[in-house]
Design a protein around this ligand. Structure first.
Ligand code: NAI
Ligand code: MG
Length: 329
């Protein structure tokens, strides 16, 4: 029995989480779900986007499932603060071509490893309307830790190359530390090839040669932007899962946000949330079930029959979820 903290959040976060729980209820593993609040609606009710109680529930769990939250003006981001509170420092975002989805190529299969605890997402901003300053914190400790996570993941995925993405030609000090730390850690992994690119060039290479990447490691903001770009290469945010991994906990969430443009219509693609749950099962050591779920999702997408509108279909969130469950059991 696994204790799972479930934080649905706002908008389609709730809808894809309902779908995900429906699927988890149907598989042969027992879960005990504890529910926590976070996000905009939570702020309207409790005056905070991330109550202490939610952090407590998440810390005590075996793993956390998070939907998505709508940003609240003037308030900190609950998901960024939750990642920091749990110290889940490595944000793992696999990008893969699915047959039947609108991918620019059919041979894309890489993973972005995004640093989760610092960078420009320190949320330390100050000044006045004439001049505002945002602090960008880069430490050797966090840079080495995320590089190690990237190299270890490269070994686990049986791949051969890690690409470091930075902007050290302009951000000489902060990204100087990031890049140096990467190459220092690389010395412990002589069998793995390394390369590094400036983030602007990398944004282009992701479009022109995405098939050439295995593991990409970057800082918080760059990793965030490149992962949405990468999702666009393989059919959009409806197919982009993620896992936030630390030494003591794991938090699993779709890459997308609360999508107010489609919220409440029951047309959100549940695959990114369901694939995130598969990543959670992998983290918990339930490899076989994790693979079965990934295969079921792949099969439903490849059949091109039951699909949400983002993939060109007209099926609902629950239609797709039920089709995936039918493949599973
Ligand atoms: P978004 O990721 O919510 O949506 C971007 C576009 O992708 C929209 O057109 C949306 O309809 C589509 N999309 C996203 N997920 C989809 C799915 N599962 N199925 C079908 N289409 C999907 O980003 P946006 O619109 O920039 O932000 C909306 C809100 O979400 C904002 O308040 C933002 O701050 C928040 N946000 C929260 C995140 C989180 O909780 N982790 C991450 C990103 C944004
Ligand atoms: Mg993002």
């Amino acid at each position: 029995m696994y204790n799972i903290a479930v934080i649905s959040g706002d908008g389609i976060g709730k809808e894809v989480m309902t779908a995900c729980e429906y699927l988890l209820d149907k598989i042969d593993i027992e879960f005990s779900f504890t529910y926590g609040n976070a996000g905009y609606e939570c702020f309207s009710l409790n005056g905070t986007t991330l109550p202490e109680e939610t952090i407590k529930i998440a810390s005590k769990s075996d793993a956390v499932l998070f939907g998505a939250s709508t940003s609240t003006p003037g308030e900190p981001s609950p998901i960024i603060n939750l990642r920091k509170a749990l110290n889940v420092y490595a944000n793992i975002r696999p990008i893969k071509s699915y047959k039947g989805a609108n991918c620019i190529r059919d041979d894309i299969d890489f993973v972005i490893v995004r640093e989760n605890t610092e960078g420009l997402y320190s949320q330390i901003e100050y000044g006045n309307m004439d001049k505002m300053i945002a602090e960008r914190h880069i430490t050797r400790k966090a840079s080495e830790r995320i590089s190690k996570a990237a190299f270890n993941l490269c070994i686990k995925r049986e791949e051969s190359k890690v690409t470091c993405v930075h902007k050290s030609n302009v951000l000489k000090k902060t990204d100087g530390v990031f890049k140096e730390s990467f190459y220092k850690v690389a010395k412990d992994y002589p069998q793995i090839k390394t390369e590094d690119y400036y983030v602007d060039a990398m944004a282009m290479y992701l479009l022109t040669q995405p098939q050439n990447f295995d593991v990409i490691v970057s800082s918080n903001l760059f990793g965030d932007i490149l992962s949405d770009e990468s999702a666009g290469l393989v059919g959009g945010l409806g197919l982009a899962p993620s896992g936030n991994i630390g030494d003591h906990n794991g938090l699993f969430e779709p890459v997308h946000g609360s999508a107010p443009d489609i919220a409440g219509k029951n047309i959100a693609n549940p695959c990114s949330m369901i694939l995130s749950a598969a990543m959670m099962l992998d983290y918990l050591g339930e490899w076989e079930t994790s693979n079965n779920i990934k295969n079921a999702v792949e099969k439903v997408i490849a059949e091109c029959k039951i699909r949400t509108p983002d993939l060109g279909g007209d099926s609902s969130t629950m239609d797709v979820t039920k089709a995936i469950v039918r493949e599973l059991i």
